[in-house]
Design a binder for this molecule. Sequence first.
Ligand code: NI
Length: 235
Amino acid sequence: MNPADISAAVREHVRSVSLGESTGHDWWHVSRVAGLAATISEAEGGDPLRVELTALLHDVFDEKFYDGNAGAALSDLVEQLGIRAAFSDMVWDGIIYDILHLGFKGVFDRTPLSPEGQIVQDADRLDAMGAIGIARTFAYGAVKGQEIYNPESGCVEICTPEEYRNVNRSTINHFYEKLLLLRDRMNTDTARKIAERRHRFMEEYLAEFFAEWEYTVSCSRRDQDGCAGKKNQSG
Ligand code: NI
């Protein structure tokens, strides 16, 4: 198979298994990540086919949703799609290693990846930022049954990978434990530049979110004060 046919076979498969997925890890996420990764790779280098296949396959057996041995499942899929000959076994091992380690597992995670893996990691992280990142975060939170925000529990600090996976907290918390940290964790200069605007937009969004929340709280306080509030105003 030539690179175009390999790419088409993988695209077709991934599209068929991820189209309509509702947590923000759907085909359109994969497709955006592949596009971003190609853009970054044009400036930063790397084997284009390796970048593309890593991007297309990066969420197929994501540990958030897949309970089995993701490495073995990926290896079987390569066989099933008939694309094993595209790379040597050693390169496939590297690709699978990258895919298993490129997801965000908390601030403590700094697993080294190949140059192609780093590019796809940047692309995946860029798609978790900005307007699209915000939409995906609330979609994921809803599927996981999380509250949007709870001022009584406030911001929950996450200290270990286990807490990152298991502690129940609001979706707004996710901005502070992950999304706002991504800009400073990009591997490539190209991604760092793209991340800048997306980061600013998330900060503006949060400022607006909390301004509206505060405004609503002060309105209900005024209502509770009722006549007393008015009396104070008139002296
Ligand atoms: Ni992803």
